[in-house]
Design a protein around this ligand. Structure first.
Ligand code: NAI
Ligand code: AKG
Length: 392
């Protein structure tokens, strides 16, 4: 029986893909082999020695101690693109919210309760306080052209905005998906100088913390509207506050309100609803569960953020899974050791990423002397070994 701990509410349509006769799943599960979570912050959590895989049902993995997991041989997955459409739709809403003072207007309309037959007349008299501008013809700068950024770019272009993108690391796949009218900014300065709206679609990492600071705000047009549906830590609160007070930044729409931001002028705060749609919660949960199952049951790695992706069809025999530092002579030490136990390698794959190598080795028999696993673990540089029984 595999044990899976859930650290957030995970969509049932995903969880039911764990077969009940082979998996125990729930928030109270202890000593799990797998964890499935959303935004739960794992940094202060003790990682059980049983843990082999963590799947983030979503995109951002800044709530997971990735380096610590890698050192312990724990594979961390996310679900790229599974919630991108949900976020795209809320970013488009954010563009409109920051343009038409919809939120202010709604709040004011609520104050008219009790005005009886005067409501209609008061609405017509007061509405000029909430007039805004159209997004058509305005320039939107998108920082980060990944799964969400590309969708936002194409949707904004379809709404007749001028769209400029900035992503020095854009993948070939995402570049192909971009509408040909999306302009490419050669530098962040050039991007920010032209923008009426700036939207962040990048991950929060050490090097992107406070990405929007006083220096970048100074590069922007007066009255610029900043949309943050990525992570709160990407924007420096200390630098944003005076910019909102002076009107340098016209509006800040954020999906990540905190104690400081909530008290700032011209902030539209949304309670982290970017991915909160039925569709996206199902997509993320289904993808996360499939990733964990394929790893626990077959050792295949798809959509990991800390290990190389390695997928190999099984030949039916036992399977050996090995993670090691990517240094010379590892594969030959492994194959020599196996040969010493008269184990014949039927199929093998080895991939590496950022100094980590992962090997899948299929052998042509069902069982393997457990001593082989112990001996493999003794080889310097190997930090994870799992042996899966054959299916013959
Ligand atoms: N509000 C919400 O509920 C959600 C928020 N997010 C946030 O949005 C972020 C992006 O999500 P996806 O588009 O799915 O991820 P993604 O990984 O597909 O795209 C991120 C893009 O940012 C680019 N990038 C990284 N550093 C950059 C930099 N310094 N300058 C410019 N571009 C840079 C990458 O090259 C990549 O193309 C996530 O990391 C997460 O923090 C994601 C989903 C839901
Ligand atoms: O699970 C959620 O609601 C948050 C989604 C998110 O922020 C992400 O996928 O990065």
């Amino acid at each position: 029986m595999y044990k899976i701990q859930t650290l957030n509410k995970i969509d049932e349509r995903g969880l039911k893909l764990f077969p009940a006769d082979a998996y125990e799943v729930g928030g109270e599960v202890t000593n799990p082999e797998g964890i499935v979570l959303r935004s739960y912050k794992m940094h202060d959590m003790e990682l059980p020695s049983s843990l082999k895989a963590i799947a983030r049902a979503g995109a951002g993995v800044n709530n997971i101690p990735i380096d610590k997991c890698t050192d312990k041989g724990i594979v961390v997955f996310n679900t790229p693109g599974a919630n991108a459409n949900a976020v795209k739709e809320l970013v488009i809403a954010g563009l409109l919210l920051s343009s038409r003072n919809i939120a202010g207007g709604i709040e004011w309309a609520k104050t008219l309760k009790g005005e009886g037959d005067n409501v209609a007349a008061l609405v017509e008299k007061g509405k000029s306080n909430f007039a805004g501008n159209e997004i058509k013809g305005k320039t939107l700068a998108i920082i980060g052209l990944g799964a969400i950024g590309v969708m936002v770019a194409n949707a904004a272009e379809a709404l007749d905005m001028n769209v400029i993108g900035f992503d020095p690391y854009i993948s070939v796949e995402h570049a192909w998906e971009l509408n040909q009218n999306i302009a490419r900014a050669e530098s962040i300065e050039a991007l920010l100088a032209q923008a009426d709206y700036v939207t962040l679609q990048i991950p929060l990492m050490d090097k992107t913390k406070n990405f929007i600071d006083a220096e970048k705000i100074a590069m922007m047009k007066d009255g610029v509207r900043i949309l943050n549906f990525a992570r709160g830590g990407l924007v420096s609160n200390a630098d944003l506050k005076p910019a909102l007070e002076s009107g340098k930044v016209g509006w800040y729409v954020t999906d990540f309100p905190d104690a400081d931001v909530i008290n700032m002028k011209n902030v539209i705060a949304i309670p982290h609803l970017g991915a909160s749609t039925e569709e996206s919660e199902t997509n993320c949960a289904v993808m996360a569960v499939r990733e964990v199952r394929d790893y626990l049951e077959n050792g295949n790695i798809r959509n990991s953020v800390n290990f190389p992706d390695v997928i190999m069809n099984r030949n039916g025999g036992a399977r050996i899974l090995i993670a090691n530092k990517n240094v010379p002579n590892m594969v030959s030490q492994i194959s020599t050791l196996l040969a010493g136990y008269s184990v014949n390698i039927a199929d093998m794959m080895n991939r590496n990423r950022n100094g980590i190598a992962y090997n899948i080795i299929d052998i042509d028999r069902n069982e393997l002397n457990p001593e082989v696993g112990d001996k493999l673990r003794e080889i310097e540089g190997i930090f994870m070994v799992r042996i899966l029984p054959g299916q013959k």
